[in-house]
Design a protein around this ligand. Sequence first.
Ligand SMILES: NC(=O)c1ccc[n+]([C@@H]2O[C@H](COP(=O)([O-])OP(=O)(O)OC[C@H]3O[C@@H](n4cnc5c(N)ncnc54)[C@H](O)[C@@H]3O)[C@@H](O)[C@H]2O)c1
Length: 367
Amino acid sequence: MNIGIVGCGNISSIYLKNLTGVFNNTTVYAVCDIDSAKASAQAQAYNVDKIMTLDEMLADPEIDIILNITTPKTHYEVCKKVLLAGKHVYVEKPLSISYCEGKELLSIAKEKGLYIGGAPDTFLGAGIQTAISLVKSGAIGRPIGGAAYMMCPGHERWHPSPEFYYDMGGGPLFDMGPYYITALVRLLGRVHSVFAVGTRAFEERTITSKPKFGQKIPVKVDTHNVGILSFENGAVVTLVTSFDVIKHSMPNIELYGTNGSLMVPDPNKFGGPVQLATQPKEPYVDVPLISEYSENSRGIGVSEMVLAIEENRINNASGELALHVLEIMEAFVKSSETGERIFIESAPSPEIPMDWDVAIGELKTKI
Ligand SMILES: NC(=O)c1ccc[n+]([C@@H]2O[C@H](COP(=O)([O-])OP(=O)(O)OC[C@H]3O[C@@H](n4cnc5c(N)ncnc54)[C@H](O)[C@@H]3O)[C@@H](O)[C@H]2O)c1
C-alpha cells in the first residue's frame, strides 16, 4: 500500500529506511514537512519521488495510509484531518496529548470504517513477544506484581530539537511511558486503575545538543513520575518514568509471579535478553527468543496494519491499544494533581497472535 509520511524529523529516517527498503507491503509514495528543506532532504536520501503538502496528500487517491510522525501536540490535528479525508492513519506515540481527543479520533475512524495504528510497535519484536509468550504459557505462574523503570537525564543532551519533550504531551511519561505501558498491557492485560505522584527537578532545562546548544527550555510537565498500575488480573506494578536521573541500576521491567520472576528486555527495543528464574537461590537464565526480529524494525506496526487491512482484521498496534495507554498516562497526571486513585474506562484491543517466522518471511522479503 502507498504511504504518505507527514513529518521528516529525527525519527523519520528509520521509518523511511524500513518502509522503503525492508517491508515488502509498503511503498513510501510521498513525504511532507512544514520545513520544506527537511522534506527535500529525506525525499532525496530515500528516493521518494514526491514532496507534497498534507492537503495534496489527502486529495491524492493513490495514497492509502498517512504516517503521522510529527511532534505530539500536532498528532490529533493531523490524524483528524486524515480520517475526515477518508484515509487510514498510523501515528507516533502518544496517540494525542488528551484522552478526550484520542477517543474522538477512534470514534471518527469507527464511523468511517478506517484503521488507526499507533506506535510503539517495539512490543512486536522478539524480546517482548518472547516475554509475552512465557507469561501466557504460565512460566511465572499467576502474575502478582512487577516493577518498571525508565529513568535517564533527559533528551536535551542528544535530540536536535528537544523542546517538545518538556511541553504538554512530552515529559518522560508521555514520551517513554508508551513503550513501558504498552508492553505491560500486552504482558498482563487491561489496567483498571492508577495511583501516581509526580515532581520535577527543574523549571527550565538547557539544551546541550547541537544546533541549539545553550538555549533554555521551559519545563511544563512533571519530569519524575511514580505510579502504581493495578491490572484487571490482580497484578500490581510500580512504574517510574524520569528525565531527572543521572544513573541507576534498576531493571527495565521485572515481573513477579507465583512460580517465578521474569526480566523483560528494554521495551524501547526489539530484542532481548529475556531472563527467567523459577527458584529463589538460582540465578536468572537466558530464554531463547521466539523470533529473529531483534533489529530496529520501527514501522513493523505500519506493515502489520497493511496486512490487517488486507485480511480485514484488527491490527496489533491498534488505536484501541494506543488509547488505553493514553488514558493510563493521563490518569498518572490526574492522580498526581488530585491525590486520588483514577479508574480506567478503556480497554485495549486483543492481541492478534502471529506466527513470527511466517511474518518475517512475508513482511521482510525485500532484505
Ligand atoms: N526522535 C526519536 O528518537 C523518537 C523515537 C521514537 C518516537 N519518536 C516520536 O516521533 C515523533 C516525532 O519525533 P521527532 O524526534 O522526529 O521530532 P522532530 O521535531 O525531529 O520532527 C518532527 C517533524 O515534524 C514536522 N512537523 C510538525 N508539524 C507538522 C505539520 N503540521 N505538518 C508537517 N510537518 C510537521 C516538523 O517540522 C519536524 O520536522 C514524536 O511523536 C516522538 O515522540 C521520536
